[in-house]
Design a protein around this ligand. Structure first.
Ligand code: WT7
Length: 691
């Protein structure tokens, strides 16, 4: 991360003069206004929205756990609807015939365009279908879809009628899917019971598809849904409606094979075709829930991160507009899946609220050729392109030719998200993809933050490759030292925290507010002493350089970032532990040239069990099948033991170093507190068999 820090890339004078924010000074002034006069700053932005009822108080909060429960409210007293602002209002402003999405399918030549009016009609139809199923304001709706147009349509349909969508990425296994459905159903009553919205007998709906082609591979989603359906059932929870969007051609669809599907399974198209294409919106209070999205943490099961209506709407809108310097006429292409927060904020919500035209891509960057992204950019004259460092590193390996084969002269801004970007990838992206003329916005944020938190503004910020640069409007970062104190010197390194709420911040963990407070507002030191409880704790480490630039250095907790996907080590460990031959497992991340981090699992086998390739494969497959392909361990190391403290805590610091290739005990740091220091030598010695 250190390299590249002294090189500075400035936006061209031409770019800056046309940008929303034209210079670093302008950014500083706007930023200062957002902090010193938040009322004026956010009022101006909020006046660009339709409010059924104007808000009266900008925000109220308690950010200090020692003074009581954490609470965060924005735009208090207001009533609005996010779907109304994304569709009805765009049409009122005359944008009905503007293309909202150029949908591009997995196979070449499979494309379809949808205008804002088309989206309006489809969203209203789907909203009516959901209502006919019995879905009411405040009910959770699960969405498990590939990147078909029905995905943003279903999200917006939920938003229209006040249902809380829970999108589950199409790469998750049936068990992960069932776990999320059950969690949202079981907890709905405690979250919303008091608001009087959720009924214990609320219907449970999932919107899904028969399957999808991902590159050359067919994924039969409906089979996974069926397994999840049965798992829910054996847990005593009946899914009332499984609405299926048919994506695969009739003769290949698994629907035919699954004869005698229970009556809950219905084809979405049949229902939508019959439904009216108008649907009144449900006016939502500013703090009414908009959606939940499950994400992994260092402990326990994935958490349902809950975002609410007005704050998220304004945050996704504002960050999209400024970070990408969006202008009417631009064509935006975000390669993320709507199953992750990036697709929520920078496909479904931020761009649509800005009336932007986008590319919605179903496929993968290497199918049918390694030029796929660039061909799409050329064909649609994409102006802003947003992807993850892992994709850049993967494509970089095929050389410059697949890029240079395409005319990318329309590109103006390149974005990066999900993990730190190394300077080699940054420079390739800048020179080869962007022909050295496009600013790169390296956007640091999280599922929990709703939108960009630390990011360059392309017309204003002189860039340093690998640095996410400066805070977004309204964001007040702090770097904390090992004792939890804020470091006041500009140049420093420590834990990244945020000192006050911003509109797009998550409000709670669905159904478990205490877990929200513990996870995000308590910081502990190595001896388990509480060292800070009055800031939002990000879980990331960072360095601030002498010029005030922020450099994100990765997670400081037990979360691994694999290709920009967040995976809790505890989740993987518990799957490995369940294997009949396994006594104990410990999982850490290690540097991986393409994925950023790979998954390295130390496995202790039961007494008498000989390590072999069969068990290795079984362990890998088990995680793949039970969590998802992206969570499969890259390496399994048959461990003779694990380095533990006398109190039994695994010292992951040592495991991380051995996984990263350290072979000298002296380089592993202090091992004197280990119950059995000799385990370290034997771990290093047994690494040769790791694979
Ligand atoms: C974690 C959040 C943000 C949407 C996609 C991932 C890491 C994210 C950056 C960046 C360095 C980054 C952090 C963060 N991260 N963006 N530009 N530079 N690290 O969302 O799954 O909630 O993961 O991703 O570690 O905490 P997520």
């Amino acid at each position: 991360m250190e390299n590249g820090q002294d090189e500075i890339y400035k936006p061209s004078a031409e770019f800056s003069s046309n940008a929303h924010v034209k210079s670093l000074d302008d950014y500083k002034k706007l930023y200062a206004r957002s902090i010193e006069h938040p009322q004026a700053f956010w009022s101006e932005i909020s006046s660009e929205f339709h409010w059924q009822k104007e808000w009266d108080t900008l925000s109220k909060y308690n950010y200090d756990l020692s003074r009581g429960s954490i609470s965060i409210e924005w735009f208090i007293g207001g009533e609005t609807n996010v779907c109304y602002n994304a569709l009805d209002r765009q049409i009122e402003m005359g944008h009905g015939s503007r293309t909202a999405f150029h949908w591009v399918g997995n196979d070449e030549g499979e494309t379809k365009d949808y205008t804002f009016s088309d989206m309006f009609n489809m969203v209203c139809q789907m909203a009516n279908v959901l209502k006919d199923c019995g879905v009411k304001k405040g009910d959770p709706v699960a969405i498990y879809l590939p990147m078909v147009i029905q995905l943003p349509v279903a999200m917006l349909a939920c938003a229209r009628i006040g249902a809380i969508h829970s999108v589950i990425f199409g790469g998750f296994s049936s068990e992960s899917l069932a776990g999320r459905i059950l969690d949202s159903k079981c907890k709905a009553s405690c979250v919303l019971g008091t608001a009087g919205m959720w009924q214990p007998d609320a219907v449970q709906v999932i919107v899904t598809a028969d399957g999808v082609m991902r590159g050359p591979k067919m994924i039969k989603l409906i089979e996974i849904v069926r397994e999840a359906f049965d798992m829910c059932k054996s847990d005593g929870h009946q899914l009332d409606h499984v609405l299926i969007s048919q994506r695969l051609p009739e003769d290949q669809s698994p629907l035919g094979e699954l004869k005698n599907l229970p009556h809950q399974y219905k084809l979405l198209k049949d229902l939508c075709d019959k439904a009216s294409n108008t649907c009144p919106v449900e006016w939502m209070k500013s703090e009414d829930p908009l959606f939940m999205l499950y994400t992994s943490g260092s402990t326990g099961k994935p958490k349902g991160v809950l975002h609410t209506t007005a704050g998220y709407m304004i945050w996704s809108y504002t960050t999209f507009k400024y970070t990408f310097d969006y202008r009417p006429g631009d064509i935006f292409f975000c390669t993320a899946d709507c199953g992750w927060i990036t697709g929520h904020s920078y496909i479904t919500y931020g761009p649509m609220l800005n009336g932007a035209t986008q590319v919605l891509f179903e496929g993968i960057p290497t199918h049918p050729t390694n030029s796929r992204f660039w061909e799409i950019c050329e064909q649609y004259k994409v102006t802003q392109f947003y992807t993850a460092p892992t994709a850049i590193r993967a494509l970089m390996r095929f050389g410059d030719e697949p890029v240079q084969r395409c005319n990318l002269s329309s590109l103006k801004v390149l974005g990066s998200v999900g993990e730190p970007i190394n300077s080699e990838a940054w420079k390739w992206y800048h020179t080869v993809v962007g022909s050295s003329k496009c600013p790169i916005v390296d956007t640091w944020w999280q599922t929990e933050t709703g939108g960009h938190m630390i990011t360059p503004l392309p017309g204003a910020t002189p860039l340093k490759p690998g640095s996410a640069t400066f805070p977004m409007f309204g964001v007040v970062p702090a770097v904390l030292d090992a004792e939890g104190r804020e470091i006041t010197e500009t140049e420093c390194e420590g834990y990244l925290a945020i000192k006050q709420p911003w509109p797009g911040q998550m409000r709670t963990v669905f159904g478990d507010h205490e877990r929200f407070e513990k996870t995000y507002f308590e910081l502990y030191d190595a001896e388990n002493n509480l060292i800070c409880n009055h800031f939002y704790i990000t879980g990331d480490g960072c360095r601030r350089d002498k010029d005030g630039y922020y450099w994100l250095t990765g997670r400081v907790d037990d979360v691994i970032n694999v290709s920009g996907h967040r995976i809790g080590t505890a989740e993987v460990e518990s799957k490995l532990d369940e294997h009949v031959d396994c006594t104990e497992a410990a999982v850490v991340g290690y540097p991986h040239p393409v994925k950023g981090e790979g998954i390295y699992a130390y496995v202790i086998l039961k007494e008498g069990v000989e390590p072999c390739d069969r068990i290795r494969q079984e362990l890998k497959n088990k995680v793949r099948k039970e969590i998802g392909a992206f969570a499969q361990p890259d390496i399994i190391h048959w461990a003779p033991g694990l380095p533990k403290t006398r109190s039994g805590k695994i010292m992951r610091r040592i495991l991380r170093k051995i996984a990263a290739g350290q072979t000298m005990v002296d380089d592993l740091g202090d091992v004197s507190t280990l119950a059995d220091p000799s385990v370290v030598e034997s771990l290093i010695a047994s690494k040769a068999d790791a694979a």
